[in-house]
Design a protein around this ligand. Structure first.
Ligand SMILES: O=C(O)CCC(=O)C(=O)O
Length: 281
């Protein structure tokens, strides 16, 4: 039997404080590696402190799992797309979560921000009747691109189709969001609640949402990570990386939040995927 590692109170408190400050597990593991910890040992320590299953912190090795969920959850350590190497740095099985490093180049992030900036308006949420509402839980500004609106938007839609094996036609228009200090999106689900009166209307075209991809277009100075409070995971916002998570309607583990930006600003591009075509291919 492997002896349990003793975790000093200082290390335990540092891991908790670092994740609370909005840094993700990948950052914590990297910082520990930089300080000389053996990565296998630090994964065990972080899993224990954050009460995560160890498998959630173990880089996966190319096996495709849970294909029944209608999207191919990226698994390979390095996938080459559009000449870019995209790697999976965090992999959680329940709920399915992947952090994809290097999905976008700096130039692509800059172009999306520049095209979106003049069109920003207060971000809305879907209300119980399937309409749009101003919601105090979501304080950022945002805008939507129409599908394939610019060559870059079309290119990213194709990149996601290739990576996730979900046809681009299942995607809602790409949304850009901008958060200033103090702005956030409190814990919520991205799937539509079948109990709400507006469920039929909102799912009449495209059906239920099956997955979300949050692409980080910049790195906030402090804060602004995406938290999954049910599993104690915070993914830090890092320019060019993306957070992919899949779910089914009613899946409570996929509860997530855009944490408040504490310093600087935060830009993301979000793509929601539906179970059926949402528009013509
Ligand atoms: O800002 C984030 O990190 C998450 C955004 C989000 O959850 C959403 O737009 O649905």
């Amino acid at each position: 039997m492997t002896p349990r590692t003793t975790i000093s109170p200082e290390l335990r408190e540092w891991i908790l404080a670092t994740t609370r400050a909005g840094h993700g597990v990948a950052d914590v593991l990297q910082l520990m590696k930089d300080s000389g910890y053996d990565p296998r040992q630090s994964r065990g320590i972080v899993a224990e402190v954050l009460k995560l299953p160890l498998a959630a912190l173990t880089a996966s090795t190319g096996k495709v799992v849970a294909a029944g969920l209608r999207s191919t959850h990226p698994e390979a350590p390095g996938i080459t797309i559009d000449g870019r190497v995209v790697s999976v740095s965090v992999s959680v099985q329940a709920p399915v979560i992947r952090v994809l490093d290097g999905l976008l180049s700096d130039a692509e992030c800059d172009e999306l921000i520049a095209s979106a900036r003049p069109r920003l308006q207060r971000a809305l949420t879907v209300d119980a009747d399937g309409g749009q509402q101003v919601d105090r839980r979501r304080t950022s500004e945002g805008m939507f691109f129409t599908p394939n609106e610019t060559p870059l938007v079309g290119k990213l839609e194709q990149r996601l189709e290739h990576l996730l094996r979900v046809p681009a036609s299942h995607g809602e228009g790409l949304q850009i969001l901008h958060y200033l200090p103090g702005q956030e999106y409190e814990p919520h689900f991205d799937w539509f609640d079948p109990e709400q009166p507006g469920f039929g209307a909102i799912t009449a075209i495209g059906g239920q949402r099956i997955a979300s991809v949050v692409m980080y277009l910049n790195t906030p100075e402090l804060g602004g990570g995406t938290a999954f409070p049910e599993i104690g995971l915070t993914v830090s916002a890092r320019r060019g990386a993306a957070l992919y998570f899949a779910y089914e309607g009613g899946d409570r583990d996929s509860l997530h939040a855009g944490l408040p930006v504490q310093r600087g600003e935060k830009w993301i591009a979000t793509k929601w995927l539906r179970e059926k075509p949402y528009r013509r291919p």
